[in-house]
Design a binder for this molecule. Structure first.
Ligand code: CP3
Length: 351
């Protein structure tokens, strides 16, 4: 049963008693208990064991006191259902056995079948809803970010093959983007029907594009995902990933409730660039967590003072947590965000 709906209210720009916090990649390797589970199971095995996947999703909720849980999964999981074979390789990331590079490869991709291939994900969502007292966020990878893996075949810094296809074969490119957008929309709808209370679309690497190219080659497909879910009033978050500050002014028509910011854009500037139409989520540089607690608090205070100028603020990092992060410092950070914002709001600041 939901006891704490601060996160959902902040997504909708409603008033809150204190600022909600959660962290991208909050279920992961910085937690020794997670590392212990990983000694026995791979990421993909955990995802296929709903009880265990739910347990991993719950670890940070109990240890950190965050205001939302995120499903333990990976953005790559649904692509197996459309015909792409991959593995998550230790210290590398997603590696694709049959990269998608030609018109024929794209033609061969099948529509996603969530019930047939991903029922374990839906089961995990149902278990979590039975256990959680904070809202459950689930997620999907956005078309550009997924394309960057399935075309390159592994993580890339330049996205050279991805951009080569985009610039040289725009028709084939749009066909692929359309298929990945349909996949994400169908997958997220199934999550919501199984109990997800908010969904986040991760577009981690789209900041590698010039704004003009983002608008032409990617944005219509991101838009189609959100507009196809617009009949559902579940809060929707778009995270345009790292270095995406110049893309923000192009997001104003998205039918999403929240935009996530990386640490390069001040929160109020992010609001301004997105036309004040969205709640804002972010954006502590995750590596600030390497500093002493006083320094972490100083950065969090600055973000809270800025983010709380308007209603609709969710405290998060500007990118995912890294394996060396300290559980103790994260707990202190969460407590600080809660106590500082609660005091500020009770003294009359509206947020
Ligand atoms: O946030 C959470 O706690 C939920 C779990 C989650 C994972 N992946 C588990 C995971 C989420 C939300 C993701 C999303 C994801 N996966 C993204 C978008 C978020 C981001 O970081 O921008 C991306 C780009 C991927 C693809 C991916 N998966 C990469 C690049 C890697 C390797 C990089 C790394 O950190 O090692 C993975 C593997 C992965 N997915 C791990 C986890 C906890 C780490 C390896 C492991 O524990 O097996």
């Amino acid at each position: 049963m939901l006891k704490n709906d601060l996160f959902l209210r902040a997504c909708r720009g409603e008033e809150v008693e204190r600022i909600p916090a959660w962290y991208m990649r909050q279920a992961g390797r910085y937690d020794p208990d997670y590392r212990k589970i990983k000694e026995k199971h791979t990421l993909l095995e955990i995802c296929k064991l709903p009880e265990l996947a739910a347990e991993v999703s719950l670890l940070p909720v109990h240890k950190l006191g965050v205001d939302a849980a995120i499903l333990y999964s990976d953005i790559m999981n649904p692509v197996a259902s459309i015909g792409i074979d991959f593995d998550i390789v230790k210290d590398v990331g997603p590696v694709i056995h049959n990269p998608v590079r030609s018109a024929g490869d794209i033609e061969r991709l099948k529509p996603i079948d969530v019930e047939r291939d991903l029922s374990h994900v839906l089961d995990t969502i149902k278990i979590l809803r039975g256990e959680l007292t904070v809202p459950l966020i689930t997620f999907a990878g956005a078309p550009f970010t997924l394309a960057s893996y399935i075309i390159e075949g592994r993580p890339s810094k330049s996205y050279i093959r991805t951009k080569a296809l985009m610039y040289s074969e725009p028709k084939i490119w749009h066909n692929l983007m359309g298929k990945l957008a349909d996949m994400a929309a169908t997958y997220l709808r199934a999550h919501i029907q199984s109990g997800a209370q908010a969904v986040q679309l991760f577009d981690s690497w789209v900041g590698s594009l010039a704004p003009h190219d983002f608008k032409e080659f990617v944005l219509p497909h991101v838009q189609s995902i959100f507009s196809s879910l617009s009949d559902l009033d579940t809060p929707k978050i778009y995270f345009p990933g790292v270095s995406s500050g110049e893309l923000l002014p192009h997001l104003t028509d998205l039918q999403a409730n929240v935009v996530g910011l990386d640490w390069r854009v001040p929160l109020s500037e992010g609001r301004r660039r997105t036309g004040g139409k969205f709640a804002i989520q972010g954006n502590l540089d995750p590596y600030v967590l390497t500093a002493p607690s006083e320094v972490i608090h100083e950065h969090a205070r600055r973000l809270l003072d800025d983010g709380m100028k308007e209603p609709g603020f969710i405290f998060n990092l500007g990118h995912g947590l890294y394996p060396e992060a300290s559980l103790e410092k994260l707990k202190l950070l969460t407590d600080f965000v809660h106590s500082y914002s609660e005091e500020k709001i009770s003294s009359g600041v509206k947020a």
